[in-house]
Design a protein around this ligand. Structure first.
Ligand SMILES: Cc1ncc(COP(=O)(O)O)c(C=O)c1O
Length: 277
């Protein structure tokens, strides 16, 4: 059985346990990261660790481990599997305390990490999505483990035969329940700017970088719902899904109703970048 990392030790998953008074369990008081591994190499390690530091800082915590310590842990977890492509999940909570909101009561953080092979679903022919009100809190730039709104949003999407909910706050697109959003209008690609209502997706940033490098017009600006509904193409991005075209939104075809040429280009650039790493 593959092992996972819990508070300084590697243990079989079935033996890894935490105290029921862990604040992650009682308050959802913690943050997480999902880091892809392609060809057995940790993808965008520095960027993920920087986002982890930002999330921790925002909840008044320090990173309990150094970069080298994280790297050693990740590499040991990756060695559990022969699979070339894996996904590392790590979670840090404020630790154990009596059930009281006061954060000073927790003595040390709980640290958990595991890796799993990426079970690749072929989403290259596109997915269906719905639009939904963004019912989440005001600090969506923190990768917080408190994911109940996103769980409900994904469930609503599934109930309507869709794979993702694209979230709308005050008439503007923020992101997906677990992804960032891009849209294409003519020869220009748009994605909402990073702010408190958008998680700074590592894939999002990389796609922006790659498109710029390949002289594709990419503009980071607010997208109104009306504009999204008229888009020629819509894509969503995330570490494990990469770049996925949305071919149907709220039951209506996006553009021609199939994967667009701009998506094909972006995806080719992205796959080329992965191979070059
Ligand atoms: C709300 C949200 N936005 C965006 C993303 C995409 O981020 P990344 O590209 O770093 O996986 C995720 C990933 O899980 C997410 O949960």
């Amino acid at each position: 059985m593959s092992s996972v990392y819990i508070n300084g030790k590697f243990k079989p998953l079935a033996e890894a346990s935490i105290n029921v008074l862990d604040r992650g369990f009682t308050f959802g008081d913690g943050v997480y990261e999902v880091i892809p591994v392609f060809n057995r190499k940790i993808f965008r390690f520095d960027e993920h660790l920087q986002r982890l530091d930002n999330s921790l800082k925002a909840i008044y915590m320090d990173n309990p481990l150094s970069k080298n310590e994280w790297s050693d842990i990740f590499n040991q977890l990756i060695d559990n599997f022969e699979d070339k492509d894996q996904s590392i999940y790590l979670q840090i909570t404020r630790g154990v305390s009596e059930r009281d909101h006061d954060i000073s009561l927790a003595d040390k953080p709980t640290i958990f990490a595991m890796s799993r092979p990426i079970v690749k679903k072929d989403l290259s022919s596109g997915i269906k999505a719905i639009t939904s009100e963004d019912i989440r809190w005001q600090y969506c730039d923190i990768k917080a483990i408190t994911l109940l709104p996103s769980v409900l949003l994904r469930h609503r999407a599934k109930e309507q035969g869709a794979k993702e909910a694209i979230l709308i706050r005050n008439g503007y697109v923020t992101e997906g329940a677990a992804s960032n959003v891009f849209m294409v209008e003519g020869n220009t690609v748009y994605t909402p700017p990073k702010n408190r209502h958008v998680l700074p997706g590592i894939t999002r940033d990389l796609v922006v970088e790659i498109l710029k490098r390949n002289d594709i017009n990419i503009i980071e600006k607010t997208i109104e719902l009306e504009q999204l509904l008229k888009a020629d193409e819509i894509w969503i991005t995330s570490s494990t899904w990469e770049i996925v075209p949305v071919v149907e939104l709220d039951g209506r075809s996006v553009g021609e109703g199939n994967t667009g040429l701009m998506w094909e280009k972006a995806n080719d650039f992205y796959q080329e970048y992965k191979r070059s790493m």
